[in-house]
Design a protein around this ligand. Structure first.
Ligand SMILES: Cc1cc2nc3c(=O)[nH]c(=O)nc-3n(C[C@H](O)[C@H](O)[C@H](O)COP(=O)(O)O)c2cc1C
Length: 326
């Protein structure tokens, strides 16, 4: 029987166990998006004990910057700092992935330097958003690719594409924010077109043997929004496009389940996705004990378990968990 301490090998990358640090925005970057010493000292202890660390969301384009101190991956000058971050995570014994993002309609002009952009011209968050035209979508697809290429140069072992939590790709996948009538709106296939193009572009830039993760906001939990039924239909196509690990979270409402507060609140959804794809799946949501994390893996509900806030609260969570299980 598989358990939390078992390694997992993805495209030749060996994760020493099934524990994942999920992306957690720390707002510790300089206002140019650079890695700081504070990042290094935050990730170093937390990476110990974990099989995989997914570094927090980074902006692939300045127009997609969420906060003034968000980590960036939008230009080459950021690579030396990112290299240091990878080294720290590796020295702590974990594999290092980084999350690529564009914050879309959740951006504000004072931070991203322009009117926020999204699938449609609506007011979805704090400020009215302008709908992207097709040439701009193509440009952003390339910018995700550029970000991924920089991650490879910086030494990351994997890249995660962010399509959850109401950010740009999720705004396209959700009918609540995507009101387009062209090839990028309407049907499920059309709403996922942008995300699938990003996967294809990223894959073409990192090569066939580089592990790619996809964070899917699998359900909007809002009437008229994306549903788990739709996500189950699209998940096999996401994997087919070149995704090696699916990371299941919720959609437009944010990062928590609106009604289920029980530890493991997104695990059932992750299990539903696992049942329709061949790639490993990460489960997350309010998990604080190693016993529960181990149970989810032993019962094969998910393949990997992410521990976010508990690890932020106790940087030694992973080390203690490994000891307890051994
Ligand atoms: C302060 C904070 C920042 C977060 N930043 C990100 C992020 O950058 N990218 C992302 O996909 N999720 C982000 N999340 C969501 C977490 O990755 C995780 O899915 C969520 O906290 C639920 O897991 P937990 O209950 O173990 O914390 C963030 C969560 C918190 C609390």
């Amino acid at each position: 029987m598989v358990n939390l301490l078992d390694p997992l090998i993805i495209k030749g990358l060996k994760l020493k166990n099934r524990l994942v640090m999920p992306p957690i925005g720390t707002d510790l970057a300089t206002n140019k998006g650079e890695v700081t010493e504070k990042h290094l000292s935050s990730y170093e202890p937390r990476a110990r004990g974990m099989g995989l660390v997914i570094v927090e969301h980074t902006y692939v384009d300045f127009g997609g910057r969420f906060t003034a101190t968000q980590l960036g991956i939008h230009n080459d000058s950021l690579i030396p700092g990112l290299k240091k971050l990878v080294e720290v995570i590796h020295v702590s014994g974990a594999a290092a992935a980084i999350q690529l993002n564009h914050s879309g309609g959740k951006c504000v002009e004072s931070v991203c330097g322009m009117q926020s952009v999204g699938p449609s011209s609506i007011k979805y968050w704090k400020e009215p958003t302008r709908g992207l035209d097709i040439s701009e979508i193509n440009d952003l697809v390339h910018k995700f690719g550029d970000g991924a290429a920089r991650a490879v140069v910086a030494g990351f072992d994997a890249v995660e594409i962010h399509a959850a939590h109401g950010f740009l790709l999720n705004e396209f996948t959700s009918p609540l924010t995507n009101k387009r009538t062209d090839l990028y709106g309407g049907s499920l296939e059309n709403r996922f077109r942008f995300a699938l193009e990003v996967i294809r572009e990223v894959r073409s830039r990192v090569g066939d043997n580089f592990p790619l993760l996809f964070r899917l906001g699998a359900d909007d939990f809002t009437s008229g929004g994306l549903t788990i039924t739709e996500s189950k239909k699209i998940a096999p196509f996401i994997v087919e496009e070149g995704i090696d690990i699916m990371d299941i979270s919720s959609g437009i409402c944010g990062i928590y389940h609106p009604t289920n507060k029980k530890p493991g609140f997104f695990v059932q959804m992750a299990e539903e996705i696992k049942n329709v794809i061949s790639a490993p799946v990460i489960g997350v949501g309010g998990i604080t004990t190693v016993e529960l994390a181990n149970r989810f893996v032993c019962e094969e509900k998910v393949d990997l378990v992410a521990i976010g806030r508990a690890l932020m609260k106790d940087p030694e969570w992973g080390v203690k968990a490994m000891k307890a299980l051994k």
